[in-house]
Write a protein that binds this ligand. Structure first.
Ligand SMILES: Nc1ncnc2c1ncn2[C@@H]1O[C@H](COP(=O)(O)OP(=O)(O)OP(=O)(O)O)[C@@H](O)[C@H]1O
Length: 564
C-alpha cells in the first residue's frame, strides 16, 4: 500500500489540492453563518446576510466539482495498487504450479477466489484513501475555522471530539478480529452449502440427508454467532459518536457566555455540519472498508486459515476430491412390498415455468424385468432414473415401488449408480458393505467374481488414484451386494469396455430384482427384456419391435451399430 501511494506522487498531489477545495466549506461554514447572523440579519442588513450565505453556496458548488476530481485522482492510485496485487497473485499461483511440476495442476478455483479478493481489496483501498483523506482535511479546515472564529469555544468542541476518535480507534483491533472471524464463518458456510448442492445426488443416494443438514446448521449457527460478535463491537461506535459529536453541543451551549449569537451558531455549524459527519464517515469507512481491506490482503498474502474441523461432504466427482466415508444410513424410509415399479401419468419439469422433461409417462415394470432406457442426449433419461429412485418428485402423477411412493423407499431397497461412481476413502470392504453391513467375505468374493472385478485392491482405497472404471466396479459391487431389489444403472458402465459391461449387466440380470439400465451402447438395449425410447415422446417395446415401429429407435440403432 505504501508503494502504491509513493509510486504516484502526482496523483497524491492532485488528491491533496482538490481536497483543499473540497473541504473549503468546512472552513468557511462557521464564519459564513456567524457573519450572516451577526453582521447581516441581526444587524438589520439582510443583503449582507444573504451575501455571506452566497459565498458559502459558491464554496459548496466548487466542493462538488472538486469531489469528482478527487475520485478520479484516487482511482489513479488504486488501479496500479490492484495491478500490483494481481501480478503477485497470478505469479504466486503459476510459480507454485511450475515448482510442483509433477504435482496437481494450478488451482484455478483458488486463483479465481484470489482475484476476487484483489477486486475487493482495490475497492476497499480506494474507499479507505477517500475516507481518511476526507477526515484529515475536514478536521484541519473545520478546526482552523473554529479556532479563528471562536477560540474560547474551541476546547469544548475539540477535546471531546478527540476523545471520540480515540474510543473508536481503540475498538478497531477487536472489530478487525471479529470481522475477520465473520468473513471466515461466512466463507465456511458458503463452501459447505455449495458442496452440499454439488453432492446432493450422492447425499440422497447414501441417505446422509440428516447428517448433512446438521452440518449446514452448524456452519450457519457459527456465522450467526460471528455476526452478533461484530454487532457488539459496533455498539462501541455509537458511544464514540455520542462523546465526539453530540456531547460538544451541550458543552458549547454551557460555556458560551458573552459570545455573540452568530459565533455560537457558527461554532455549532462546525460541529454538526463538518466534524460530526467526518467522524461518522471515518467510523463507517474505516470500520467497513479498512477491515475489509485488512481481511482481503490477509487472504491474498497468507494461505487461508483452516476452516473449523469436520470434512466437507462428499462431492459427486470422486476424482476431484477425497470423499470421506458417508454417514450411516438413516433409519427413516420404508421397505416396499414387492418391487413392481409403477409410473402413472408422470410429468416432471425442472422449474415452474420450464418445459417438462418427462411428460405424462405411464410405465409398469414387473418384478425381475430388465429395462433399457435409450434416447438422444438431453431427452430426460437421467431425470427418469432420478424419478424412479425417488430422488426427484414428479410434478404430476406418481412413481411407486411395490405400492410405496418412490421418495419414501429406504435407500437400501433401491440403488441408483450414476455415471461418476462414488467411492470413499476407506477399505474396499467398507466401500462394498456400506449398503450390506452383514455381507460375508465369501459373498464379497462372489460379487467381485460375478462382476469380473476380482483384482480390485483390498487395502485402503484412494479414489483419486483409481481409474474411473475401477471406481465404477466398486460402486457396482456395492449395489450388487445390497439388499436392493431395484437397481438403476445410469450409464454406470460407461468407463468399462463392452465385454466388461456385458458381464456386469448379465450379473445384475441374474442377481434377481428389477434392473433399469440407462444405456449408452446398443448392446445394452439388445440384452434388455424391453426398451424405453425417450426422444421427446416415449416408446416402449422389445428391441425388435421398436426397430420396426419407432423410426427414432431405428435411427438410433443405425447410429450406434457401426461402433457397437
Ligand atoms: N438440475 C437441472 N436443472 C435444470 N435442468 C436440468 C437439470 N438436469 C437436467 N436438466 C435438463 O433436463 C433435460 C434432460 O436432462 P437429462 O440429464 O435427464 O437428459 P439425458 O437424456 O440423461 O441426457 P444425457 O444422455 O446427455 O445424460 C436437459 O435439457 C437438461 O439440460
Amino acid at each position: 500500500m505504501r508503494a502504491a501511494l509513493r509510486r504516484r506522487p502526482s496523483a497524491l498531489g492532485r488528491v491533496a489540492a482538490w481536497s483543499v477545495v473540497e473541504t473549503a466549506p468546512a472552513f468557511l461554514i462557521g464564519h459564513a453563518v456567524a457573519g450572516a447572523i451577526d453582521q447581516g440579519f441581526l444587524a438589520g442588513k439582510p443583503m449582507t446576510g444573504l451575501g455571506w450565505l452566497a459565498v458559502l453556496g459558491a464554496a459548496w458548488l466548487a466542493a462538488a466539482l472538486a469531489a469528482r476530481q478527487v475520485i478520479l485522482a484516487v482511482a489513479d492510485i488504486a488501479e496500479p495498487f490492484r495491478d500490483d496485487l494481481l501480478h503477485r497473485v497470478v505469479d504466486g499461483v503459476l510459480g507454485e504450479a511450475t515448482r510442483a511440476f509433477h504435482g496437481p495442476p494450478p488451482d484455478s478455483a483458488a486463483l479465481a477466489r484470489a482475484t476476487l479478493q484483489v477486486e475487493l481489496a482495490r475497492d476497499a483501498f480506494a474507499a479507505l484513501v477517500t475516507v481518511l483523506r476526507g477526515f484529515a482535511f475536514t478536521l484541519v479546515s473545520a478546526g482552523a475555522g473554529l479556532v479563528t472564529l471562536a477560540p474560547s469555544l474551541a476546547p469544548a468542541v475539540l477535546l471531546p471530539f478527540a476523545t471520540g476518535v480515540a474510543v473508536f480507534a481503540l475498538s478497531l483491533p477487536a472489530l478487525a478480529r471479529r470481522q475477520a472471524r465473520y468473513l471466515l464463518a461466512d466463507e465456511a458456510s458458503a463452501e459447505t452449502i455449495t458442496s452440499l448442492c454439488h453432492g446432493l445426488r450422492d447425499i440422497t443416494a447414501c441417505g446422509a440427508e440428516s447428517a448433512m443438514e446438521a452440518e449446514a446448521d452448524r456452519r450457519i449457527g457459527a456465522q450467526a454467532e460471528a455476526a452478533q460478535g461484530v454487532a457488539r463491537v459496533l455498539a462501541a461506535r455509537t458511544a464514540a459518536l455520542a462523546v465526539g459529536a453530540w456531547l460538544p453541543v451541550v458543552l458549547v451551549l454551557a460555556v458560551a457566555r458573552d459570545v455573540e449569537a452568530g459565533v455560537v451558531v457558527g461554532a455549532l455549524a462546525y460541529l454538526t455540519q463538518s466534524l460530526a459527519p467526518a467522524l461518522g464517515g471515518l467510523m463507517e469507512g474505516v470500520g467497513v472498508s479498512g477491515v475489509r481491506l485488512h481481511a482481503a490482503l490477509g487472504r491474498i498474502t497468507h494461505s487461508p486459515p483452516p476452516l473449523p474441523s469436520s470434512p466437507p461432504p462428499a462431492s459427486s466427482h470422486p476424482a476431484s476430491s477425497h470423499p470421506a466415508p458417508p454417514s450411516p444410513l438413516p433409519l427413516s424410509g420404508r421397505a416396499p412390498e414387492g418391487v413392481e415399479l409403477a409410473l402413472r401419468g408422470v410429468t416432471f419439469a425442472y422449474g415452474p415455468h420450464a418445459e417438462p422433461v418427462i411428460r405424462d409417462l405411464t410405465l409398469d415394470l414387473p418384478e425381475g424385468e430388465h429395462l433399457a432406457v435409450v434416447g438422444p442426449s438431453g431427452t430426460g433419461k437421467s431425470t427418469l432414473a432420478a424419478l424412479i429412485a425417488g430422488l426427484l418428485t414428479p410434478g404430476e402423477g406418481t412413481v411407486e415401488l411395490g405400492g410405496t411412493p418412490a421418495g419414501q423407499v429406504h435407500p437400501r431397497h433401491r440403488v441408483l449408480i450414476p455415471q461418476e461412481a462414488y467411492v470413499f476413502s476407506a477399505s474396499l470392504e467398507d466401500n462394498l458393505t456400506y449398503l450390506a453391513p452383514d455381507a460375508t467375505p465369501q459373498e464379497i468374493r462372489h460379487a467381485l467374481a460375478e462382476l469380473g472385478a476380482p483384482g480390485l485392491p483390498h487395502a485402503d482405497l484412494d479414489p483419486r488414484a483409481m481409474s474411473a472404471g475401477e471406481r465404477q466396479l466398486v460402486a457396482l459391487a456395492r449395489a450388487y451386494l445390497s439388499p436392493a431389489r431395484l437397481v438403476i444403472l445410469d450409464e454406470a458402465c460407461c468407463h468399462l469396455d463392452q465385454a466388461a459391461e456385458a458381464r456386469v449387466e448379465a450379473a445384475f440380470a441374474q442377481r434377481g430384482g428389477t434392473l433399469v439400465v440407462i444405456a449408452h451402447r446398443i448392446s445394452s438395449a439388445r440384452r434388455a427384456d424391453r426398451v424405453l425410447l425417450l426422444d421427446g415422446g416415449a416408446w416402449i417395446g422389445r428391441h425388435e419391435e421398436l426397430v420396426r415401429s419407432a423410426a427414432g429407435y431405428a435411427e438410433l440403432v443405425a447410429h450406434w451399430e457401426p461402433s457397437s
